[in-house]
Design a protein around this ligand. Structure first.
Ligand code: 5RP
Length: 281
């Protein structure tokens, strides 16, 4: 690996712990203004101090993140399908490496859809993106997307998909945690793995447990979205996740970190939440 690429990688995966808490706020590229992310600037701002990288599209980056913010950017460069369209897997590269360099990113990320009608082009695109990444010193994160088929998240599928991304040369693999056989996913993947959180769990504790298991088994971090910013206490939640990822906290200890953080951080108030009534004067 060239110096520039290693340097960018180490901005996201912290050399002090070898771990990373990436905050995923890229969902709008196919979901639109999804719950909790209606006004990205409002969602992102309080969480910025607690993430090691911010995963998003160029549109949200330019419009909703202060260019003075000291946060490594993981730029999503694939897209082209929507949640209401015929085929979620029909993605292509939508942002050039030149644009990524202009935006001074720490890495780029794209989805591949193994087993879908678009497996071939997404895998070939990943290979090409890695070529460009190597040329300019930009790490590439390969995302093993599952579209709407969440049942695909078994260890056999995730091992295959993660391994394919690593074989294409991706520097980091973002995949899902699975309760059975996640050790096989990690073992069979020669590149470091970060796990997505997936749809919001009923409780924050379940998301902490997911992070804890994934780290214990060998993931180098999380790239988590909805379980952080759809939590009633997003700042407390990301702080709990950090405790697990960077400080080897147990779930109980992370819950304690959250309880303490809740004392000082305000609750999430999305634009669709009922607003407190103005008191009459
Ligand atoms: C969207 C993504 C997300 O970044 C990824 O799924 C992580 O977010 P979440 O924890 O909400 O699943 O790749 O396509």
């Amino acid at each position: 690996m060239d110096w520039g690429l290693k340097n960018r990688l180490s901005r996201m995966i912290k050399p002090t712990t070898g771990k990373s808490v990436m905050l995923a706020v890229d969902h709008g590229y196919f979901m639109g203004p999804t719950h909790g992310l209606e006004v990205p600037r409002t969602t992102i701002a309080p969480l910025l101090p607690y993430c090691d990288a911010l995963a998003l599209t160029r549109g949200v980056l330019r419009n909703c993140v202060d260019p003075g913010a000291d946060v490594p950017i993981l730029l999503r460069v694939s897209g082209g399908a929507s949640v209401v369209g015929e085929d979620l897997s029909h993605e292509d590269i939508t942002t050039s490496m030149e644009e990524a360099i202009r935006l001074n990113v720490a890495g780029v990320a794209m989805s591949v859809f193994i087993g879908s009608a678009h497996e071939h082009p997404t895998l070939v695109n990943l290979g090409k993106l890695v070529d460009e990444g190597e040329r300019f010193g930009i790490p590439v994160v390969g995302i093993t997307a599952v579209g709407k088929e969440l049942q695909k998240r078994d260890s056999r599928y995730l091992s295959l998909a993660s391994r394919l991304c690593a074989e294409m040369g991706a520097h980091v693999i973002k995949t899902y945690y699975c309760e059975e056989g996640f050790d096989k996913v990690v073992e069979g993947c020669p590149a470091p793995i970060v796990v997505a959180g997936g749809p919001k769990f009923k409780s924050d504790k379940e998301a902490l447990e997911l992070a804890h298991h994934a780290i214990e088994i060998g993931a180098v971090g999380v790239d988590m979205g909805r379980n952080i910013w759809q939590s009633e206490h997003p700042v407390a939640m990301i702080r709990g996740i950090r405790a697990i990822v960077h400080d080897k906290a147990t779930v109980k200890e992370a819950l304690d970190v959250m309880a303490e953080a809740r004392q000082s951080a305000p609750r999430a108030l999305s634009p669709t939440s009922p607003r407190p009534r103005a008191s009459r004067g």
